[in-house]
Design a protein. Structure first.
Length: 600
């Protein structure tokens, strides 16, 4: 081991040598499918065969093999002639799946048509549309459009995990190729599939970070661990918190100090700074337009909505006609229905208002149910507006087009801020109890230790925008910078950028240092090697040691992965150099970690 001359710390080079994905076992549940249609005509086997579902089209138990995998149980088009290439003369088949209502989707499961010929679908492209958009709105609000490559296998389930969670009613499946190869004597003159299904996302054990604002205190609640105050804001009368999903910056309004502060919550320790200061301003609700890099701030002093540029803090003044409020509480900038809109709660006038993207009033709801209107959240499934009535102890639902709201939840103690997590759970801050209560898919914990809580903001530490892509990759290597795909390897180091980001490595620089491993050595030559990785699956690790990089010996007895928190896995391994054949701490040695996922 080579010393550093001062502290005699070891020189350790580590390599991430393998990363293999495997399916997760344990029987899944699947969304019921309402119907399916196809752009083709005169199909040889009908398209309805594709949505027979668990227990009919495929086994309801793991590994969910297709039942009776013969061609008659699947779907296949009419032929183009024989021999021929279907895609050489006819347009790509388009399948449209209707789930009956908006559903959260994080994967699609496919079963092949018939592996004895080349008619099976090979490449497929997906698009999504919400219930409100209908089948004419594919790609409107949900721009995510993955391309898949299916195996020519008529028995086994093929599950393709989406890189983001989408909520949609309609799924368009465009088949762009089959397994035809000239001269095509084994088929390729038709296009077929065996079955299509969508498993229900499992939210159990997935807990976001929860930011809660309160007077003269800012709290970060994680599960039932308790409250952690940020000293930078300890003396401030914090009202609202708004997360910039692309950067990890959180903006806080402080009405009694005429200020908006900014803190990057991914820093350790968090670093805060003043973002905006306006004499006489009484800042309440905040909202961010990620696309255009703008921050919107409700000013209860001027009773108007102001617009700021995130990059410079420049104040663009009042947006449109958004003024004339009386003690406005909360604002949301929403693009879930396609066109941008603003929703504002006004507790002085006891109303909820919808404005268009230019700041022009569209709709107002003002009745006995909007008394004490406070928090706002947008239902990720259908774009409905949910608002809390602090005075009535209720959460109500409004679609923005009707002149009335419906009761969603009652019996609450001073409900204030609202927010959804990526699994469709609704969170509400109760000002009276100081608790955060949850509604929706289980588990539904109640979080305590938020006395005087006003606003709630939710995020996953390594996935701030909840789209299941590690933010380090997304912000550094994807749409915000170099436009890499998840599987690219721009630095040619043998590690794809998605895995590098998940393991905390450099995505565009071959020098990854210790490759995600941390190591320490004590005076007795005992080495402790640890690893912290994004928690996406059940990881299995193997650690090897070498004195010359040519011969590697497996270190035995590596402990199992320990869940570090909801987002990370970690392990720590201790061994003595002499026990593994390294003569002394001055001899060089090398460590290599292999990382695999396994079936549970």
């Amino acid at each position: 081991m080579t010393g550093d001359g001062a502290s005699n710390k070891p020189w350790i080079q580590s390599f991430l040598a393998g990363f293999v994905l495997a399916a997760t076992a344990g029987a899944d549940t699947f969304h019921p499918l309402s119907s399916i249609t196809t752009s083709t005509s005169n199909d040889f086997f009908p398209v309805n065969n594709l949505i027979e579902g668990p227990g009919a089209g495929f086994d309801s138990s793991e590994p969910h093999d297709r039942l009776a995998p013969v061609p008659g149980n699947g779907w296949v088009t009419d032929l183009c002639g024989f021999p021929c290439d279907y895609f050489g003369s006819l347009p790509p088949p388009v399948l449209t799946v209707d789930l009956g209502q908006n559903q959260p989707l994080d994967e699609i499961s496919l079963w092949g048509y018939d592996n004895t010929n080349a008619n099976g679908a090979k490449t497929l492209r997906l698009r999504f549309a919400t219930e409100a958009e209908g089948t004419g709105g594919f790609g409107t609000s949900i721009t995510y459009s993955p391309t898949l490559t299916a195996l020519n296998n008529d028995t086994s389930r093929q599950s393709f995990v989406f890189s983001e969670l989408v909520t949609a009613r309609y799924v368009e499946v465009v088949i762009t190729d089959n397994y035809y190869t000239p001269p095509g004597f084994d088929g390729g003159d038709r296009v077929g599939l065996g079955e299509i299904a969508f498993s229900v996302p499992d939210p159990s054990g997935i807990a976001p970070k929860i930011l809660v604002t309160a007077p003269r205190d800012f709290s970060v609640l994680v599960g039932d661990i308790g409250t952690t105050a940020l000293s930078f804001l300890a003396t401030e009368n914090i009202w609202s918190a708004e997360l910039h999903e692309a950067t990890g910056d959180v903006y806080f309004s402080a009405p009694t100090s005429n200020s908006i502060f900014k803190i990057n919550i991914t820093d350790d320790p968090p670093v805060g700074q003043l973002f905006a200061f306006n004499v006489g301003a009484v800042f309440h609700g905040l909202a961010i337009d990620e696309v255009n890099g703008l921050l919107y701030a409700l000013d209860s002093g001027a009773d108007a909505l102001f617009c700021y540029q995130l990059s410079s803090g420049s104040n663009f003044g009042i947006l449109g006609n958004m003024s004339g409020f009386q003690r406005p509480n909360d604002v949301v900038y929403d693009r879930s229905l396609g066109s941008p809109r603003f929703i504002v709660t006004d507790s002085g006038l006891d109303r909820v208002m919808v404005f268009d993207g230019a700041g022009n009033l569209d709709t107002t709801l003002a009745d006995a149910n909007t008394v004490g209107a406070w928090g706002i959240a947008i239902d990720p499934g259908n774009g409905d507006i949910l608002f809390s009535s602090h005075d009535r102890g209720e959460i109500r639902r409004w679609n923005g087009a009707s002149n009335a709201s419906t009761l969603e939840h009652s019996g609450l103690d001073g409900p204030r801020g609202l927010g959804y997590d990526r699994w469709g759970r609704l969170y509400c801050v109760e000002g009276g109890t100081g608790n955060i209560v949850t509604f929706g898919p289980a588990p539904l914990p109640t979080y305590a230790n938020a006395p005087g809580g006003r606003d709630v903001e939710l995020y996953a530490e390594c996935d701030l925008n909840g789209n299941l892509i590690p933010d380090e990759w997304e912000t550094t290597a994807s749409v915000f910078a170099f436009n890499y795909r998840f599987g690219d390897d721009p630095d040619k180091d043998g590690r794809i950028v998605g895995i590098e980001a998940a393991l905390g490595l450099k995505v565009n620089d071959g020098d990854d240092g210790n490759g995600g491993l941390t190591t320490t050595v004590d005076p007795n030559g005992d080495i402790t090697v640890s690893h912290l990785a994004l928690r996406k699956n059940d990881f299995v690790y193997s650690v090897y040691i070498s004195g010359d990089i040519s011969t590697w010996n497996l270190l035995p007895g590596l402990p199992a992965v320990v869940p570090f928190n909801a987002n990370y896995d970690t392990w720590s391994y201790r061994f003595n150099l002499a026990d593994v054949g390294i003569a002394s701490t001055i001899s060089p040695f090398f460590l290599r970690a292999n990382v695999f996922t396994r079936e549970q």
